[in-house]
Design a protein around this ligand. Sequence first.
Ligand SMILES: [Zn+2]
Length: 381
Amino acid sequence: MSHAHSAGSLPREDLIRAEILALCGSQSLNRSQIAGRLGLGAATVTEHTRRLIELGFMRELPPQVNGPGRPRVPLEVVPDAAYTLGLRVHPDHLVGVLMRLDGSEVRRFTLPFDPSGDPVEQLSQACEPVLADPASGPKVRGIGLALPGVIDPAAGSLRLSPRLGWTGLPLRPLLGARLPVPVLIDNDTRASTTAELLFGTGRDHDDFLVLAIGDGVGMGIVLGRRVHRGPDGVAGEFGHVPIGPDGPACVCGRRGCLDAYLATYALANEAQARGLTGAGLTLPDLVRLAERDAPGIRDLLAERGAILGRAVAGVVNVLAVRALTVIGESHVLWPFLEPGFRPAVEGGVLSALDINVRRWDDSAHARGAASLALATIVASR
Ligand SMILES: [Zn+2]
């Protein structure tokens, strides 16, 4: 295992060991069952499971004889053989999840965080109690960091995060110098997409999209069981898909981007422009108004849901995916976006689409970051 391994690109072959751990974490399977479920050759599974057994991450169970032929040897994960720590940085707090090899949680924690303070100092301090704990510390093999913003994964650097007010921050080298285990950083949507591939939608689908609704909208793309990143790690910038040439101004400087219709500020501006509310509406305000069916609010949200649904249908048709999973911090708005979204997307796609909406909690992107760290520490290169 090389610590110089780039966190940026995880081609299929690098995810295979994490996929095997995730698959066998919930049930013991023999090598041919693993090969069948993951669409891999027998030799590939034999090679990767041998390495996972050498690492102590998996073990063989007694052989099972079922009729003629060679007995099959079931394999199981040793969940407590190693842990990864995932951190998600929010504008005012930080969520950490310590994860076992099978994806289950050892524990989670929340700490205050001030983006205007020293990020390296605060992030190191968040990791130190976990690393110093004699029960967990020696087992931690990697730390993943999920951040809202544009990440240069090869350099391990955050390019831009308007939400955190950070630009050009080489977090991976800075934290790597402070912490005794490899540190990976990625965009939060892609970290959660990796978690979906390993522990969620990827159980049933090799190709799928993850629609993240938060401050704006983002998209995770999985094709052939590989998380698509694009050459600069910026694939999935769904929020700046152009929708209306005369649409509202977007933070990127253009007009009529999807985000300019769906982001919380955009919804608040439109509610005010329609005379439905005053200025400065927050997300909780919007949810409260929608819940009590204040005049015009549900119509506005359903209209915006329909805009989102048409844009999603376009991507679904281009990539020919059959599954869409909805995640994100704005899930609270989903019940009001969905009445517009679902008919628009279902009316727009060329083949049936399996839509799953995840119950969201604050730790989801942190679990994604821990999954990304898991994928990277067991990667074959
Ligand atoms: Zn834009």
